[in-house]
Design a binder for this molecule. Sequence first.
Ligand SMILES: CC(C)(COP(=O)(O)OP(=O)(O)OC[C@H]1O[C@@H](n2cnc3c(N)ncnc32)[C@H](O)[C@@H]1OP(=O)(O)O)[C@@H](O)C(=O)NCCC(=O)NCCS
Length: 260
Amino acid sequence: MTNKGESEVTKSGDVSEAQRASDDFLVRRRLRDGATKARYQELVIGRPGFLSLVLYETVVTLTSWVPGALGLVLRRYLYPLLLGDVGKKPVFGRNVVLRHPHKIALGDRVIIDDNCLLDAKGANNQGIRIGNDVFLGRNSILSCKDGDIHLEDGVNIGFNSYIFSGSTVKVGRDSLFAAYCYVIGGGHDFEDPEAPVQEQVAVSHGVEIGSNVWLGAGVKVLDGVTVGANTVVGAGAVVSGDLPDRCIAAGLPAKVLRER
Ligand SMILES: CC(C)(COP(=O)(O)OP(=O)(O)OC[C@H]1O[C@@H](n2cnc3c(N)ncnc32)[C@H](O)[C@@H]1OP(=O)(O)O)[C@@H](O)C(=O)NCCC(=O)NCCS
């Protein structure tokens, strides 16, 4: 797969990747040194202003922890006040955490189970877009770091899964992730062995997973990979290179076992 993240950054006339990494580092340093309220607001709410803070705190404090049917009803009507866009009949489990919620858009009938984290954090990103009839299993995390995540209609993510995006991660229609899957849409350069890895250039090429892909339990998909449509990936595989359409693949690294 080509360098999606890199080319997007350059095409849009934005800063280079190296600059982005160092900016990132500076932002983190500023946050560490800055006032607590400003730090919280920048990391969690993603918007300035006292009213944004009050609205976020009110909704979360009144609803996020409430158990049972009452909690579901409260969150259905109050979480949309924070979110960018919400379709019909959303379901938010207990302790669902939203960061930069105005950059999160949900289609109709989306179910987000207990303890999920949807983090659309980033200075120049669009955020998280979730289609109709998507299910996100409990304890799962969608995490952007100046990147975007798009889950198309009918995607089903098993519990304890993690999707990270430092550029663009897309999961095609009706794809199914078993539990404990990890889509690793970005990382760090590690050229300099002496410097802390977290201070080195952040690299992200993006991940594209086609429609009707089944990732077995515990599959890890590395940055820069494309998985073709209608493909099955066996439990525990590490997908380090592109996989074609309509195949069954497994192993470390994942190799095609046969066509479907
Ligand atoms: C990959 C998978 C779909 C293959 O199923 P299959 O086509 O019936 O394949 P077989 O069982 O005939 O195995 C074919 C070969 O691949 C190997 N293999 C199968 N699954 C494997 C895996 N996950 N990792 C490594 N090798 C695997 C088998 O050992 C066998 O090797 P051999 O030919 O040397 O004996 C299946 O094994 C799998 O991993 N399913 C995911 C299950 C899961 O995670 N469920 C979660 C519930 S949503």
